[in-house]
Design a protein around this ligand. Structure first.
Ligand code: ZN
Ligand code: ZN
Length: 230
């Protein structure tokens, strides 16, 4: 039967059976996110009015007072013609939510909600936790890059040492020397370390022939320039 064979064809791998466990920090970040989304950023109570009598009346405030008879006196406060209600200080009307939001910070498209007085803390916590998880990735990338760069420098340095048949220690001894005595020319210098068998250059192996003919591979005797010139 085709349906049976089709079902048998799918073999479950270990990855299919391993449940996905989010990290505690990502769970916390998600919790903060949900709180920002669901929490009312702050609504103006119906027929809100300020009662501080000492502050000066603003243009909007006096207009509002004239319109509906309420007395709204609060520095920075006013009246929202859209909501037809008072506007406490630092409150703004959000054109997307179509309502006034207390201490409105901004309308956030990522949380599909306004960020205001009552969910600003949740927003900041979400932002910080979210950022820190990315910061770890960023730092990891920076460290990897720094490590790769230092390795590259090491490779370049050793390529230079190899081409002149010099060890890292001998770099200091060589200073002031016009022609290094072990420098046999690039090709021979290379062979002093890698051997002459091209097929073995990429392997950590030496041919019997090379081991017999290249004393440098045993580390006790080394041909010098004078030997080669002779
Ligand atoms: Zn409004
Ligand atoms: Zn909004």
């Amino acid at each position: 039967m085709p349906s049976f064979s089709l079902r048998m064809a799918h073999s479950y791998s270990a990855a299919d059976l391993t449940p996905f466990y989010p990290s505690p920090s990502s769970l916390y970040s998600m919790f903060c996110y949900i709180r920002v989304v669901l929490k009312d950023p702050g609504s103006v109570p119906e027929n809100w009015r300020a009662v501080s009598g000492e502050e000066s009346l603003e243009v909007g405030t006096s207009l509002a007072a004239a319109e509906d008879g309420f007395e709204r006196r609060s520095r920075g406060g006013g009246y929202c013609i859209h909501c037809q209600n008072g506007k406490p200080p630092r409150c703004h009307h959000c054109s997307i939510c179509q309502r006034c939001v207390l201490k409105m910070d901004h309308h956030c498209v990522w949380v599909v909600n306004c960020v205001g007085a009552c969910n600003y803390k949740f927003f900041l916590l979400f932002l910080v936790t979210w950022h820190s998880s990315y910061l770890i990735l960023y730092l990891d990338a920076v460290l990897n890059f720094a490590f790769a760069l230092s390795l590259l420098c090491f490779v370049v340095m050793h390529a230079s040492l190899l081409s002149s048949n010099t060890t890292s220690v001998e770099v200091h001894e060589k200073k002031g020397v016009i022609r290094w005595k072990y420098d046999l020319g690039r090709k021979k210098n290379f062979e002093q370390v890698f051997g002459t068998k091209k097929s073995l250059w990429l392997f950590p192996l030496f041919s019997e022939d090379d081991l017999e003919k290249i004393p440098a591979l045993h580390g006790l005797e080394f041909p010098t320039r004078s030997d080669v010139d002779a």
